[in-house]
Design a protein around this ligand. Sequence first.
Ligand SMILES: [Zn+2]
Length: 286
Amino acid sequence: MKLYDAHNHLQSEALLPQIGQVAADLASEEIAGAVVNGTTPDDWSAVSALDSRFSWVVPSYGVHPWDCGNRPTNWQELLSSQIASEPHAQIGEIGIDRWILDRAKSDDSRLAGLRSAPLDEQLKVFIWQLEFAAARGRAASIHCIDAWGALFDALKTTKLPDQGFLLHAYAGPPEMVKSFADLGAYFSFNGSYLDPKRANQREAFKSVPRDRLLIETDAPAMPMRNDWKRHDLPARPDSASVNHPANIRGVYEGLAEFLNLPIAQLAKQVEANFQRLFFLKQDVIQ
Ligand SMILES: [Zn+2]
């Protein structure tokens, strides 16, 4: 059974030093495709190096809303030249996030050293990247926290990629799923939604059209529930736990049980969806 991780960050400092073992674990779980998302021009070369090393990596480049406030002035040129030589590269992780402005704790180590850009500034950077993805024929991977109305308004008034876009770790209202799907959205189910306390996020996936359903880890972020977890990595120095990307199989298993679907049927559907949205590089090369 071939598995596809629609969204992770293999280039992260939490994974890269042990990438040999991580990749061997992924191979043992039959990984066949993983979209590796850059978040700032500083990590794009690491994403590109992973793309050269592993056939199943789909590279994706973008400025994440958390990194928006610290972007270099020439970020648009850098993005343009990054994808110019990579016809199979996608755009992401991009998006908008009101949580960092309203709810994040000031001592959250993940935000250390980052300037939180106001929503207007985030929106400008997000919309530019969306239009850029559409103009260059690339899919976009979108992050949204606490800003679903603003996201919908932006998507409605922007030229979107023909092949569609991914709302990664969708945690918006279930009743907005249809409106987003009508605009071309795919929705990826994150392993952390298997936590009993996250019923709201899980429920929304009952409304997701089956031909728009994807599965993700967001590793090393969004650690998942123990019952479905097979692989562990040492915690970070600040003792934050690290999600192993090979836990993707557990996400498939948990979601199959939740949707009451045979896992082979779910895997076949997700494979078709992943290939439709992200065009595996083998398809580009052939
Ligand atoms: Zn992410």
